[in-house]
Design a protein around this ligand. Structure first.
Ligand code: SF4
Length: 407
């Protein structure tokens, strides 16, 4: 007897966005390398801590207990984990704390978290399944509603079509469990202190959603039959674990390919999107390494953090204007003796100073331009320079020469 096929919402989402990625992740017996990803590690950590927190509150009957935050994070990171970094620890702590500050537990309306939901997709022998982050009963303007809450640990505060697809699938699975009740979904983004409004999923929406899921699954079945798995470069590449080896990434690697036609431009642009995703992933991995172990030297180059001095700038624009204004008054009046005692004298100095600053492009509509090296010898500006803030960035730089130990 054929095994029943199962599709989670993330599996459906991946099949819909790129069949090539779907094949690598779900069809081939391919073990994707579990290399470090800060985003993934933070997501896992925040979800695990939130789940543990709710379990503690449920057991104690408390609505909120912020003293649990450090204990739960410590417990999470004390378990045997392959990779952890200071940045991951700090970020999990920060996002989980933001979540806990807002969350109020009510054992009477709480229906569970991270439990397996399943439902057969009509007219198929496919089971749709998923693990909602949180389900409870809320109240909106129409009364009580069973709400699935999707916890996101990233930086966004925007509800995307992907969030909607996932929210609707969870609600579609909840409908038969809570027959007669209204169901809805929302997204919580504690990092941005944002919770989206509750979107009700009405039973009549089911047909549309079921048709969409069936068409995605039909595409997978056809690709399997024909063994044709097209790649679809796009925004999903940024999260694709196989971006570095994606077969669509071939244009820049081929020296004969130039961008002289619309077709080549299309290929090159797709190439760039995937290359960018692969680059970002490598960079994330190396940053995590450099955070803990320091820079990596390769020949005469180094990959790691570099701190650059901020350079000189004139931070005080009013002093700049005043100084230029005095020089202008000296020039116009042919005297070194400039007084700025009265309101009239002050206004004249400032007006002439502004005119000179604008003329010499030291101040423009885009702001203070005095960081330009070319003007640092301008005698009118002596005494106004201050050192800018130094900046640390992750980069590739020439390895600094080591000091000779014998000297
Ligand atoms: S990198 Fe993009 S196009 Fe390539 S498999 Fe991944 S999602 Fe598809």
């Amino acid at each position: 007897m054929a095994k029943t096929e199962r599709f989670s919402y993330s599996k459906l989402g991946k099949a819909e966005t790129c069949l090539a990625r779907f094949r690598e992740e779900y069809e081939r017996d391919l073990r994707l390398p579990q290399t470090y990803s800060h985003t993934r590690e933070v997501g896992k950590g925040v979800h695990a801590c939130a789940e543990a927190y709710k379990a503690e509150l449920h057991a104690s009957g408390m609505e909120q207990d912020l003293s649990l935050i450090p204990i739960i994070v410590e417990n999470y990171f004390s378990t045997d984990r392959e990779v952890t970094t200071t940045a991951t620890y700090d970020d999990v702590f920060f996002v989980f704390r933001a979540f806990a500050m807002k969350y109020r537990h009510n054992p009477k309306t709480y229906l569970g978290a991270e439990f397996l939901l399943q439902r057969e997709l009509p007219e198929t022998d496919i089971i749709i399944e998923g693990w909602p982050d949180h389900v409870d009963v809320q109240n909106d303007e129409h009364g009580p509603i069973v709400v699935s809450d999707d916890l996101k640990s990233g930086y966004s505060s925007t509800v995307t079509p992907e969030h909607k697809f996932q929210g609707e699938i969870v609600d579609w699975m909840l409908l038969p469990m809570f027959e007669g009740s209204r169901v809805g979904w929302r997204v919580s983004m504690p990092r941005a202190d944002f919770t989206s409004p509750i979107e009700e999923f009405k039973p009549e929406y089911s047909q549309r959603l079921e048709a969409r899921m069936r068409s995605i699954i039909a595409r997978v079945h056809r690709a399997r039959e024909e063994q044709v798995w097209p790649a679809t470069p796009g925004s999903a590449c940024a999260y694709c674990p196989i971006a570095a080896k994606c077969r669509e990434r071939n244009v820049l690697a081929d020296l004969d390919v130039v961008v002289t036609s619309a077709d080549e431009a299309q290929k090159a642009a797709a190439d760039l999107i995937i290359l960018n995703a692969a680059y970002d992933q490598r960079r994330e991995q190396l940053k995590a390494w450099a955070d803990e172990e320091g820079p990596v030297e390769v020949g005469d180059s180094t990959v790691g953090y570099v701190t650059k001095a901020g350079g000189l700038k004139i931070a005080d624009a009013l002093s700049l204007v005043q100084k230029l204004g005095i020089v202008e008054v000296q020039r116009e009046d042919g005297t070194d003796d400039v007084s700025i005692e009265t309101e009239e004298e002050r206004v004249r100095v400032i007006a002439l100073g502004f005119r000179a600053a604008m003329k010499d492009r030291l101040l423009t509509v885009d702001g203070n331009r005095t960081k330009t090296k070319a003007i640092q010898n301008d005698e009118r500006l002596n005494g106004l320079w201050v050192a800018g803030d130094s900046k640390t960035s992750f980069d590739i730089f020439k390895t600094p020469k080591k000091a000779d130990a014998s000297t």
